[in-house]
Design a protein. Structure first.
Length: 458
């Protein structure tokens, strides 16, 4: 029997009454600098896990902080009844570093400014995790016939290196009928999106050392090799930075083109280049039409350089030739590319251009493409519309979430993306933020999704 419409009578009041607690809890969580990429923050990761575990326990969950070879996974379970359907919700609580000079305030001090919440991790992904948690409380308090499992990872931002071992060793524990992932962004405020695809990622660092120490560029210039210059040269051989076109032979060979129906769905999503540029504070872009831009983000691979290390960066110009340099690179992958083949192609090409460059393979995440039809996706559509009063667009996502492919491969159940972040929240950017509008609508969305799942088996 479906849950009666009256199951939602208390929802608006519940959401309004939860605001203070939500803000307190999110604030404390954001103030833990759980940066998984930086080994000096190991104790913060642990502190974050303990705090999150405490939250879950207070909300009525059975909690286990599951150790892995890397960072722990916080796992919570609320068992409502043996024959009820089970939903697992995935979020991550680790965050990106926050050393950008443009932060207007300390990134790990939580600031509430009206409806806006500022701090590293507020939108990626602590805010959505807390939103889901407050959604679960409504379902629990109102006796929804659904079992809920929460999976909170603590090394998503470093490519989920231990997540496979976590899933493999805890298959029975995490088993569910459907997995909801709340770690993606909308098209724009007011335009929800449910993606059905994620790009993969192959990271690598290039290292070049040509001599032992800094040397005078007057005495040695003209003879000495320059490692920064040589890395720049090889990067320019790998891709044309003005068009983005990758020149590594074979790079595009396995790309499965987006279908006409997909392109139409991208175009119907309400995406405009103008809003996109404003949200990301872009002054200009590569020369592209809206349709090309959508394809480039959702359905094409990339080669990007994220950082270069080497040489003199202090005030003025110090006339030395540096001995070594490093480039931090990643390639985004789309179906049917694989990380191993793509890395092999890149490695072979770079070596053929400059045999002295040492190439280190970094995080590897396969691309994901899921179905966007079926009862669980339809339920997701209805839940988003219920929470926000607007039908979601169906698009893919340009970013990557390592855990998703792992869950797909091992759990073999539908995965539905119920993300709550907005482009202007600034994923990975300075002044990252989240807001009450997304949180309050999100709580309603989750409550509705639980009811939808409950109805499905009853
Ligand atoms: N939440 C993002 C994934 C994402 C990005 C979804 C953009 C939708 C749009 C996730 O936290 C993330 O940033 N993933 C990293 C993974 C990488 C560090 C291995 C990414 O995509 O760069
Ligand atoms: Mn994220
Ligand atoms: Mn992220």
């Amino acid at each position: 029997m479906p849950l009666p419409a009256s199951a939602f009578n208390a929802l608006d009041t519940y959401v309004q009454d939860s605001r203070q607690d939500f803000e307190d809890m999110l604030g404390q969580l954001v103030e833990v600098p759980s940066i998984s990429m930086d080994p000096s923050h190991k104790s913060d990761i642990q502190r974050c896990a303990v705090m999150a575990g405490q939250y879950l326990q207070n909300f009525g969950f059975q909690v286990e902080i599951v150790a892995t070879p890397g960072n722990p996974v916080v796992f919570g379970e609320f068992h409502a009844g043996d024959n009820y359907p089970t939903i697992a919700i995935y979020n991550h609580l680790d965050v990106q570093p926050a050393q950008e000079p443009e932060w207007r305030k300390d990134p790990f001090t939580f600031v509430i400014d009206g409806d806006r919440y500022d701090g590293r991790g507020s939108t990626d992904d602590k805010g959505p995790a807390m939103t889901a948690l407050f959604g679960t409380k409504y379902a629990i308090d109102n006796g929804f016939p659904v079992n809920i499992k929460l999976i909170w990872e603590l090394e998503e931002e470093s490519g989920s290196p231990s997540f496979e071992s976590f899933i493999k060793n805890n298959l029975a524990k995490v088993k569910a009928d459907v997995v909801a992932v709340s770690d993606t962004i909308w098209i724009s405020r007011g335009q929800p999106a449910i993606p059905y695809g994620l790009r993969g990622l192959q990271g690598m660092t290039l290292h070049l050392e040509t001599h032992a120490t800094d040397i005078h560029s007057g005495t040695t210039g003209g003879v000495a090799r320059n490692p920064i210059g040589e890395l720049c040269k090889v990067i320019a051989e790998c891709y044309d930075a003005s068009t983005g076109k990758v020149k590594i032979p074979g790079f595009y060979k396995d790309v499965k083109a987006a279908t006409a129906a997909e392109i139409k769905s991208f175009l119907d999503s309400g995406f405009t280049l103008k809003k996109f540029m404003a949200a990301h504070k872009m002054k200009s872009t590569r020369k592209l039409t809206t349709a090309q831009a959508l394809k480039a983000i959702f359905a094409m691979p990339t080669f990007e350089v994220h950082g270069m290390v080497g040489g003199y960066t202090g005030p003025g110009v110090k006339t030395v030739i540096p001995p070594r340099a490093e480039a931090k690179i990643s390639m985004r992958l789309v179906p049917n590319m694989t990380t191993s083949k793509t890395f092999r192609l890149a490695e072979k090409f770079i070596k053929s251009r400059n045999k002295d460059i040492k190439i280190v393979r970094e995080n590897a995440l396969e691309p994901y493409l899921g179905p966007f039809t079926g009862p669980y996706a339809d339920a997701g559509r209805r839940a988003m519309e219920f929470g926000f009063g607007k039908k979601p667009a169906f698009t893919r996502e340009g970013g990557s979430i390592g855990a998703v492919v792992t869950m797909k491969n091992y759990l073999k159940v539908p995965i539905v993306f119920l993300g709550l972040s907005l482009p202007e929240h600034g994923y990975h950017a300075p002044n990252e933020n989240y807001d009450w509008g997304q949180a309050s609508g999100g709580m309603k969305m989750f409550a509705k999704y639980f009811a939808e799942i409950a109805d499905m088996k009853s």
